[in-house]
Design a protein around this ligand. Sequence first.
Ligand code: AMP
Ligand code: MG
Length: 491
Amino acid sequence: MTVHFPFQNSYSALPDSFFARVAPTPVAAPRLIKLNRPLAVQLGLDPDVLETPEGAEILAGKTVPAGADPIAMAYAGHQFGQFVPQLGDGRAVLLGEVIDKDGIRRDIQLKGSGPTPFSRRGDGRAALGPVLREYIVSEAMFALGIPTTRSLAAVVTGEHVIRETALPGAVLTRVASSHIRVGTFQFFAVRRDTDAIRRLADHVIARHYPELLGAERPYHALLGGVVARQADLVARWLLVGFIHGVMNTDNSSISGETIDYGPCAFMDAYNPAQVFSSIDEMGRYAYANQPRIALWNLTRLAECLLPLFGEEQEKAVADAQDILGAFSETFSDAYQAGLRKKIGLFTERDGDDALIQDLLDAMAKNQADFTLTFRKLGDAAGDPAADDARAQFMDPAAFDEWARRWHERTALEPQSAAERQAAMHAVNPIFIPRNHRIEAVIQAAVNDDNYAPFEELVKVLSKPFDDQPDYAAYADPPLPDQRVLQTFCGT
Ligand code: AMP
Ligand code: MG
């Protein structure tokens, strides 16, 4: 049996300045530790064949499959606000693209597959811990219904990578609807290469925004499309308590998928100022700052597109400002609508926003667990005697006062208690990838070569909205001594 990838590559057919051709660097002793079988099938790949030793060699970058056209993509980016004119894939190689079962073009990329011309001082490798973190969190996001890159496989390389200490090396196979970022446009903008910007924009429209192909002003419409998708994405992040951690422009996807899971985390207790990333000393990428930063990144994209907006510069800038101006409303519409659903409202009335804000304020003040408060509120909607939501508050009286107003408000709607509970449970997950669980999984894998905890966590998180009584403990927040205060960059 040989592994067949039905590649149909389009990015590698773009001009040479878009990438560097580079093959993955072979590794000593690849061992497959996880294959995402349903995703393999979705991509038209045979999971049984991928699980053979030959499959593992491909997923580790030891052999390049037929039809692949391996490249490292060029991009620039603002990192924590500082512009770097050349970043690029320093430890990733795009093998190629396949058309999935739904007709969607998907990149298949190896991350951690060795140095490229963009590696600078880096070794081009990834450590096992960050690979497992990205696998777990990206697949959890998918199960939560949030646009995201996916994880097809994780392999250990049989080699060590040197970080603070020597750690097992690993390669993640990442699948994305593309790896084109805001930073990809910036790469050409800083080089004043307007032809390349136009080529890239045309590629992006055809690939991610085909509905805009006939638009009167396609590049304006493209900016509008990316603004809308990013606004919606960030609203969805906030609604599940997700903190990306490194929203640099090079980690901001043009397709509107969540990309680059480094020091990301889901918050336990609700705290709008929460930061996890050890490198985010200023709180630039704090939970509640994410909408503002997304708009900042989109403003950088708009700057790149200005040369395509026409000859008249002032007009071009005014147009861009108009389009960017839609971000706030699109974001708050999605966010407020999501919050109304989270508290079980089927309609919209005056006073709803204040009711919701008062809950969030009380949660912050009382260190209420974000996920459990909303999930258990669903139980309280079904049965007013259920008091687990109340139990999330340090001062439960703060909840009682709010709950009285909430019951008055829901009583204005005709839906039954059971209907309301079902609707709430469908949007409020019980299981999220809690940081202390991820850390425990990583410790077992790295220290004991034990992947059973990883398998179990991935399985539980694949059904985040289902009560799974056998795995109830996975819903629990960390005990004080289990709390993870920082997550570290994935390099
Ligand atoms: P990230 O923090 O993963 O978004 O990466 C930012 C930039 O650093 C990208 O250009 C990466 O390709 C590059 N990079 C990160 N880690 C490594 C590494 N171990 N070796 C080479 N380049 C890296
Ligand atoms: Mg990145």
